[in-house]
Design a protein. Structure first.
Length: 461
């Protein structure tokens, strides 16, 4: 199994120039709407967002004033009243993780403080179940519901620091501790056969810190599927998703570079790329994959205090909200149309906010077609190359070039006057000299009609 790491060492001036050139304002064929969900006191940390069986967003979050978890659901009339799970404890609702089943029910795990008890409750559409203790201690919790309605919970146990997994089919909770590793940060996902997978940051010197993926084996034991150790990486906040083709996706913040990274394991090859080369991005990150196998990632940019979003068919970051310090505890979910919703914390005002993307309007689609510019497939294999599509409304001088992550022109594809209409240009992943380029992140830049368009592309081998 091959592992590709696509990180370059950049000076701050060069990095700043590259970041300035990125198409951060491009909203990927949709527009964003932002609203305040809850402004009653300091609310909105430890956020977990799901879309329920009726295609309604539901969010669990922390109320710092009363030190409880809260849950709100949106309907046609707006966001309903906050519901507090029936936990008699004086302090609970940290590391919330919410899941929705196909029957309209909800399941919630959270941490009760100060003892780090990991607890569970469920909602059947009319009432909440009694509180159950999942494990004596846990944090960084995540929950998924399988095809039989059984909950699966991944977390880091307290105080041992082991990756941990618990499940219950209606009886007592059973727990597996992955004692072969110490961990910080974790995320859980189920594949098409309901097999649980855990991603986590391994702590230690022998072996070194690493991004680790483990899976439950048929014999009931856990084993490592992959461990990324070379070149060195120091993963922090991370989010795991498994698509319909059982490909494994992980988005995470790398503390060594401060960048947001992406890992893809398709069962044969492993791809590892930079999603956002800015500094201090991804301290909070959440990812889901849609039915077209495209990953969607929401994340926090701590230097500027804004909420960002990117999708894997173009890897063009979008600033969703930059009003104050916003984006911590970002949690993303996709609705039935594949449109992203993000719940997150507004640290400036102590509010819970919700942003969602709307499908493109007919006018937007027409505008995109008038000046169409896309590259497919993306990511692409070097042996196959990438097809670049242009739709020009009128004759004009056009320049199309390929740039590396340091902003250097490495291949000129077009520099001439072109007729109106649709055009296809093939790039074989090579320099102007014919030399094959290494796997990495590259940028297409199209100049024409008095405008400049950019597209981010990834060569994976």
């Amino acid at each position: 199994m091959k592992s590709l790491y696509l990180l370059r060492a950049l000076s701050l001036p060069v990095l700043a120039a590259v970041i300035a050139a990125l198409p951060l304002a491009r909203a990927a064929a949709s527009s964003w709407t932002v609203e305040v969900v809850d402004a009653e006191g300091d609310v909105g940390s430890y956020t977990s967002l799901v879309i329920d069986a009726q295609d309604r967003p539901v969010v669990a979050y922390r109320d710092e004033r009363f030190r409880t978890a809260r849950i709100k659901r949106k309907s046609a009339g707006g966001w309903g009243h906050a519901v507090v799970p029936p936990d008699p404890s004086a302090n609970f609702g940290q590391w919330n993780a919410l899941a929705a089943d196909d029957a309209g029910g909800l399941q919630l795990v959270y941490v009760q403080m100060p003892d780090f008890w990991l607890r569970h409750t469920s909602f059947d559409g009319s009432s909440w179940s009694s509180i159950e203790d999942v494990f004596i201690g846990g944090f960084y919790a995540d929950i998924e519901i399988d095809s039989q309605g059984t909950p699966h919970v991944g977390y880091v146990d307290w105080p041992g620091g082991f990756p941990a997994y618990s499940t219950s089919a209606g009886g007592p909770w059973s727990t597996d501790l992955l004692t072969f590793d110490n961990a910080a940060y974790s995320s859980l996902a189920l594949d098409s056969n309901d097999v649980p997978h855990l991603a986590y940051r391994r702590l230690g010197y022998t072996p070194p810190d690493a991004l680790v993926l483990a899976a439950l084996q048929p014999d009931g034991t856990w084993d490592q599927v992959d461990a990324l150790t070379s070149p060195p990486t120091d993963p922090a906040a991370l989010s795991l998703a498994i698509d319909a083709a059982d490909r494994i996706h992980i988005a995470y913040h790398d503390q060594l570079s401060g960048q947001l990274m992406y890992y893809l394991n398709d069962g044969t090859d492993v791809t590892h790329v930079v999603i956002d080369p800015s500094l201090s991005v991804g301290n909070f990150v959440s990812m889901e994959v849609d039915d077209a196998l495209v990953p969607h990632v929401a994340y926090y940019m701590s230097l500027s205090g804004d909420l960002r979003y990117v999708r894997g068919d173009d890897w063009a970051p979008v600033v969703v909200d930059s009003t104050g310090d916003v984006g911590q505890y970002a949690s993303l979910a996709l609705d039935s149309q594949g449109m992203p919703h993000i719940a997150y914390y507004d640290a400036t005002n102590g509010n819970l906010k919700h942003a969602w993307a709307s499908p493109p309007t007919a006018a937007t689609v027409a505008a995109d077609r008038e000046d169409g510019f896309s590259a497919r497939p993306n990511p692409f294999h070097g042996a196959d190359g990438v097809e670049i599509s242009l739709a020009l409304p009128r004759s004009a001088p056009v320049e199309l070039g390929v740039y590396d992550i340091q902003g250097r022109l490495i291949r000129t594809l077009i520099r001439r006057t072109m007729d109106p209409g649709n055009h296809q240009v093939h790039w074989d992943g090579r320099r102007d000299t014919g030399q094959e380029l290494p796997a990495g992140v590259y940028f297409l830049r199209l100049r024409g009609h008095g405008a400049v368009r950019g597209e981010r592309i990834v060569k994976i081998r």
